[in-house]
Write a protein that binds this ligand. Structure first.
Ligand code: SF4
Length: 241
């Protein structure tokens, strides 16, 4: 997924919506979070995705997801698994072979090097299941110490693989949550993750992440938010007139 950064027009808040420039940001209270969460659930439902338990696969998948769509990410991931069969083989292969296997996912030179560096840094055994038994903070620190791994990638591993309490803030989530004033727009990445976690009710980590992401893809798009048809427009301080 692309990195953060919503274009900011002259005199406008990030996201290009005129109303946001006039409305100062205040941290949302619990009632506001509850209303937004409920409205999103009415529109998109409550996602169900039990943790799959394979943190290493999730980590590689998240690296492959950068700057591409889900389909190309999945093709690249399957290419890797089909060609090498085991993560040890990916780690030890010549870089050109790994790059070739993941080429459908784009920027394959960068991603292939990053994947191999991560696998080398993990060492033997190539396994992350111990993360499920660490505190979330400890597991975040361990993941973020790996080459090129930041809070979003760590959160994907902890939430999707192990069902731990963390929330990935990707480009869609940060944009939509910023426009809704759930998060402070343009805040540093670390702050966005800490704030997102603080406002998310325990047990709603997957739901809020997925539904904000869906809303960003379907309605609150980066360049053209479709405020006139948005289910959240009456509670959105950034809506366009
Ligand atoms: S009204 Fe909806 S589409 Fe428009 S900025 Fe707000 S959340 Fe996005």
């Amino acid at each position: 997924m692309g990195r953060r950064g919503v274009s900011a027009g002259r005199g406008r808040a990030a996201g290009g919506t005129a109303a946001a420039a006039r409305a100062p940001w205040r941290a949302p209270d619990r009632a506001r979070v509850t209303r937004i969460r409920a409205r999103l659930a009415e529109v998109y439902g409550v996602p169900v995705a039990p943790p799959h338990g394979d943190g290493l696969a999730e980590l590689v998948l998240t690296v492959l997801s950068q700057s591409t769509n889900d389909r190309n990410r999945d093709v690249a991931f399957l290419g890797l698994r089909d060609r090498f069969g085991a993560w040890e083989a990916v780690r030890d292969a010549p870089n050109e072979e790994v790059e070739q296997a993941i080429r459908p996912g784009g920027i394959s030179k960068v991603k292939s090097r990053r994947i191999q560096m991560i696998l080398e840094a993990i060492g033997d055994p190539l396994d992350l299941t111990h993360l499920a038994d660490l505190s979330v903070e400890h597991a975040q620190r361990e993941l973020c110490a790996l080459p090129g791994v930041g809070r979003k990638t760590a959160a994907c591993v902890l939430l999707f693989a192990y069902g731990r309490r963390d929330v990935p803030v990707d480009t869609h989530v940060s944009r939509v949550a910023g426009r809704l004033h759930l998060l402070r727009e343009k805040a540093p990445f670390e702050e966005l993750h800490d704030a997102m976690l603080a406002l998310t009710p325990p047990g709603a980590e997957l739901e809020l992440h997925v539904n904000l992401l869906r809303h960003g893809r379907r309605t609150c798009e980066a360049r053209r938010p479709r405020c006139d048809e948005c289910a959240l427009r009456l509670m959105c301080p950034s809506r366009r007139a």
